[in-house]
Design a protein around this ligand. Structure first.
Ligand SMILES: NC(=O)c1ccc[n+]([C@@H]2O[C@H](COP(=O)([O-])OP(=O)(O)OC[C@H]3O[C@@H](n4cnc5c(N)ncnc54)[C@H](O)[C@@H]3O)[C@@H](O)[C@H]2O)c1
Length: 388
C-alpha cells in the first residue's frame, strides 16, 4: 500500500509548474513507496489570476496567499520552495522548524550567510532536504559522470561551461514581477551568476571535483530599467554577464561564461571536459545526446587506431543509460520536465533507505560559496580562494 506524501508547493510560476508536474508523474514511472499528493499551493495575492487556475489544473486541494499557512498545516509533510531567491531563507528555515521535509529551488540562497543559516536549520531539525540542481539528472549528463568516473577520459585538463540566453537585450524589458524578478538584485541576489552559473558550478563540481579559486569579470549592459512594481526607472544592480576562470583541486583549469545577451541563444547550457584519454561534450539544446571522444581505451589499455578516432554522438535513450529504463523504448527521447521527475524519483528513493540524495543543502552551500567568490572577485578584481 503506497504511503501518501502530502506536498505543499510554494510558488505557482515556472518552477511551481515544473515541480507540480514532477510530483504528479513520479509514481507513474518509478516504483516508490511514497505517493505524492498535491495538497496546497502558495502564490502572491497579486498573482491570484494565475494561482486559482493553476491549483485547478494540477488538482491541488487548496490555495494560500500566505506561504507561512502552507508550512503550518498538519496535513502537509513536504514543503517545496519554488519562489524567488529572496524568500528561500525564511521559507526553508520555517519549514525545517516545523519538521517538514524540504525541497528548495536553486540557488540555495541570496548569499553564503543565508545559506549557512539554512543548512544549520535543516541539520538541527534533522529533516531530509534537497536542492533542485536538476541538470545532474539529465540522462546525458549522468552518463558523462559515469564515463568520467569509469576513468575513460583520464586525467582532466580543461572544463568549459557556458550558460547563455538572450531575453534581456531589449532596454524595454522591465525589472521586477513574475519571471523578471531575476533582474532585480533585491529579489534575486545576483544576475546570471546565481541564476545560471549556479547550475554550471553544481554540475562542474559534481563531474570534476571542487573548485579551489576563481577570477571573474561581470558586466551590466543596461544600467537602468523600469521596475514593474513601482513603475519608476531604477538602477539595475544585477550582473547581466559573468565570465570566470577557475582552478580545480585536481589541477584542471575551468572557463565559465554566462550572459543574457547572447543573441540567438535561448538556454545554451553546455559543458566540455577534455582529458588525457578522451573528452565529453553536452549541449542542453540537444539534450538527449552526449558527445564522447575516445583517444585511448582503458578497457583495452591502448590508443584507438588513428583512422577510427572522432567524436561519437551517443543517443542517450537505451535502457542501460541513466534513468532511461523508467521511460520509453530505445530511441524515444525525454525532455526538460523529466529532469525534475528523475530528481524526485531519487529523492523519494533516499527517503526509503536508498542512497543519500545529492545535492542536499550542505552541498548546495558549496555552490553558493563559489558564486559568492565569483561576485567578490569581479568586484575586487583579484583571484578569490574558495574554502574547502
Ligand atoms: N532548477 C531550474 O532549472 C530553475 C529554473 C527556473 C527557476 N528556478 C528557481 O525557482 C525559483 C522560482 O523561479 P520561477 O521561475 O518559478 O519564478 P516565477 O516568477 O515564475 O514564479 C514566482 C512565484 O513566487 C511568487 N512570488 C513571491 N514573491 C514574488 C516576487 N517578489 N516577485 C515575483 N514573484 C513572487 C509568485 O506569486 C509566483 O508564484 C527561483 O529560485 C529560481 O531561481 C530554477
Amino acid at each position: 500500500m503506497a504511503k501518501e506524501l502530502r506536498i505543499g508547493v510554494l510558488g505557482c510560476g515556472f518552477m511551481g509548474k515544473a515541480h507540480s508536474n514532477a510530483w504528479s508523474q513520479v509514481s507513474h514511472f518509478f516504483d516508490r513507496e511514497h505517493k505524492p499528493v498535491l495538497k496546497a499551493v502558495y502564490g502572491r495575492k497579486e498573482d491570484m489570476d494565475k494561482l486559482e487556475p493553476f491549483a485547478r489544473r494540477w488538482g491541488y486541494e487548496s490555495i494560500e496567499t500566505d506561504w507561512r499557512k502552507v508550512i503550518e498545516r498538519d496535513d502537509v509533510d513536504l514543503i517545496d520552495v519554488c519562489v524567488p531567491n529572496i524568500m528561500h531563507h525564511d521559507c526553508v528555515i520555517a519549514a525545517a522548524e516545523a519538521g517538514k521535509i524540504v525541497v528548495c529551488e536553486k540557488p540555495l540562497a541570496m548569499n553564503v550567510q543565508e545559506a549557512e543559516e539554512m543548512v544549520a536549520a535543516v541539520e538541527k531539525a534533522g529533516v531530509p532536504n534537497m536542492v533542485s540542481f536538476n541538470y545532474r539528472r539529465v540522462p546525458a549528463i549522468s552518463l558523462a559522470k559515469q564515463i568520467i568516473d569509469e576513468g575513460r577520459i583520464g586525467r582532466p585538463f580543461h572544463y568549459r561551461a557556458t550558460y547563455n540566453q538572450d531575453y534581456t537585450i531589449s532596454t524595454k524589458v522591465p525589472q521586477g514581477g513574475l519571471a523578471l524578478w531575476r533582474l532585480d538584485a533585491k529579489v534575486a541576489g545576483s544576475g546570471v551568476t546565481g541564476d545560471l552559473l549556479a547550475h554550471s558550478i553544481d554540475t562542474a563540481e559534481w563531474l570534476n571535483g571542487p573548485i579551489q579559486k576563481v577570477t571573474a569579470y561581470t558586466e551590466t549592459f543596461v544600467k537602468e530599467r523600469v521596475h514593474a512594481e513601482t513603475g519608476k526607472v531604477e538602477k539595475v544592480n544585477i550582473d547581466d554577464a559573468c565570465m570566470f576562470l577557475a582552478v580545480f583541486a585536481n589541477g584542471s583549469l575551468g572557463t565559465f561564461e554566462s550572459t543574457r545577451y547572447a543573441r540567438g541563444r535561448k538556454n545554451y547550457n553546455t559543458l566540455e571536459v577534455n582529458g588525457e584519454n578522451g573528452a565529453v561534450f553536452f549541449d542542453l539544446e540537444d539534450p538527449h545526446v552526449l558527445q564522447y571522444f575516445r583517444y585511448a581505451d582503458p578497457d583495452i589499455g591502448k590508443k584507438i587506431e588513428d583512422h577510427l578516432t572522432g567524436w561519437q554522438r551517443i543517443h542517450v535513450t537505451n535502457a542501460e543509460h541513466p534513468y532511461m529504463k523508467n521511460w520509453w523504448v530505445p530511441g524515444c527521447t525525454i525532455g526538460y520536465e523529466h529532469t525534475f521527475i528523475n530528481s524526485f524519483a531519487d529523492f523519494l528513493a533516499s527517503l526509503e533507505g536508498g542512497p543519500k540524495f545529492q545535492p542536499d543543502m550542505r552541498q548546495a552551500l558549496r555552490t553558493q560559496r563559489v558564486c559568492d567568490a565569483v561576485l567578490q572577485s569581479a568586484k575586487e578584481g583579484r583571484w578569490v580562494e574558495i574554502p574547502a
